[in-house]
Design a protein around this ligand. Structure first.
Ligand SMILES: NC(=O)c1ccc[n+]([C@@H]2O[C@H](COP(=O)([O-])OP(=O)(O)OC[C@H]3O[C@@H](n4cnc5c(N)ncnc54)[C@H](OP(=O)(O)O)[C@@H]3O)[C@@H](O)[C@H]2O)c1
Length: 263
C-alpha cells in the first residue's frame, strides 16, 4: 500500500486553516496541524477522522522565536510532502500605533515563519523530488499603492504579505525542474474569525471552504499564484508583463532624463 502523503498546516485551529486541513484530508493526506489553541486543533483533527487521516497536533506560537524554531524542527523531520503556511494575524493599525514588540511578533508570524518553514522543509522535498510549499498570503499584498477609505490601516500586514508573494513567486522559478513546487494563495475577504469576524456579515466575503478548494486545485495544477476569486489569468499576466517592462526599461547605465536636472 502506498503511504499517505503528509501535510503540515499552520493556523489549522480555525478559519481557512481548518478548511485546508479537511480539504487535504479528503484528498488523502495525513496531517500535522499547528496553532496555539490545542482544544480547537483537537476539534479540527476529530473532523478529519471520516477521511481516515492520521493527525498529529502541534501547539506552537509562531510569533515567538522559540515557537517558530520548534515548528521548523518538525517541518525538517523529513516526512512532509506538503507545507501550508496559513497562520497569520492582521494587526491592522497605522504603523506609528504599533509597538516595537508587536512589529517583531507580527513580522515573524506573517513573513518570517513562511520563509523559515519553507527553508526547513525544502531539503527533504528536494531529496524526494516532489511536494509543495504553499503560503496563504492575501489579495491585500497588491494594495500597497491603493488609497481607499474602505481599506484598513495595513502597512505592516501588506509588507509581510507582499514579501510572501515575492518569496513564493521567486522560489517557484528557482524550483523549476526539481519536482517541488511553490504556490502562494491570495484570497480577498474571507468569512472567518479574522479581524474579530468582521467579514462574517459581508456579502462579498468568500467561504474558507472555497479558499481551501482553490488551494487544492492550484496545488494539483502547480500554479505559482492562486487568486481564488479571479476568473481569468489576464490580470496576473499583465502584472508580470509590467514587472518585465520595469526591469528592462529601468535597468540602464545612464541616468534617466527626468532625474538628470538637479533641483
Ligand atoms: N479572512 C480573510 O479575510 C483573509 C483574507 C486574505 C488572507 N487571509 C489570510 O488567511 C490566513 C488565515 O486567516 P483566517 O481568515 O483563517 O483567520 P483566523 O480564522 O483568524 O485564523 C487564523 C489562524 O492562525 C492561527 N494563528 C494566529 N496567530 C498565531 C500564532 N502566533 N502562532 C500560531 N498560529 C497562529 C490561529 O490559531 P490560534 O489562535 O489557535 O493560534 C488560527 O488557526 C492568514 O494568513 C490571513 O492573512 C485571510
Amino acid at each position: 500500500m502506498t503511504p499517505r502523503p503528509k501535510a503540515l498546516v499552520t493556523g489549522a485551529s480555525g478559519g481557512i486553516g481548518a478548511a485546508l486541513a479537511l480539504a487535504f484530508a479528503e484528498r488523502g493526506y495525513d496531517l500535522v496541524l499547528l496553532a496555539r489553541r490545542s482544544d480547537r486543533l483537537e476539534e479540527v483533527a476529530a473532523g478529519t477522522a471520516r477521511f481516515g487521516a492520521s493527525v498529529e497536533t502541534l501547539v506552537a506560537d509562531l510569533s515567538t522565536p522559540g515557537g517558530l524554531a520548534g515548528a521548523a524542527e518538525r517541518a525538517a523531520a523529513g516526512d512532509m510532502d506538503l507545507l501550508i503556511s496559513n497562520a497569520g494575524a492582521a494587526g491592522y493599525a497605522p504603523l506609528r500605533d504599533v509597538s516595537a514588540a508587536e512589529v517583531d511578533a507580527l513580522w515573524r508570524l506573517n513573513s518570517t515563519a513562511p520563509v523559515t518553514l519553507a527553508h526547513a522543509v525544502l531539503p527533504s522535498l528536494l531529496a524526494k523530488g516532489g511536494g509543495s510549499i504553499v503560503t496563504i498570503a492575501s489579495l491585500l499584498a497588491f494594495s500597497s499603492g491603493v488609497t481607499a477609505a474602505a481599506l484598513p490601516a495595513r502597512t505592516l500586514y501588506v509588507a509581510a504579505k507582499s514579501a510572501t508573494v515575492a518569496f513564493t513567486r521567486t522560489l517557484a522559478t528557482e524550483l523549476v525542474g526539481t519536482g517541488v513546487q511553490a504556490t502562494v494563495v491570495c484570497p480577498g475577504q474571507v468569512a472567518t474569525e479574522w479581524s474579530g469576524g468582521a467579514n462574517r456579515n459581508r456579502p462579498d466575503a468568500m467561504s474558507a471552504e472555497d479558499v481551501a478548494t482553490a488551494t487544492a486545485v492550484a496545488v494539483a495544477r502547480g500554479e505559482a499564484v492562486c487568486v481564488p476569486g479571479l476568473s481569468g489569468p489576464e490580470a496576473l499576466d499583465r502584472l508580470q508583463q509590467a514587472e518585465r517592462a520595469l526591469l528592462t526599461q529601468g535597468s540602464q547605465s545612464s541616468l534617466a532624463h527626468r532625474y538628470a536636472k538637479s533641483l
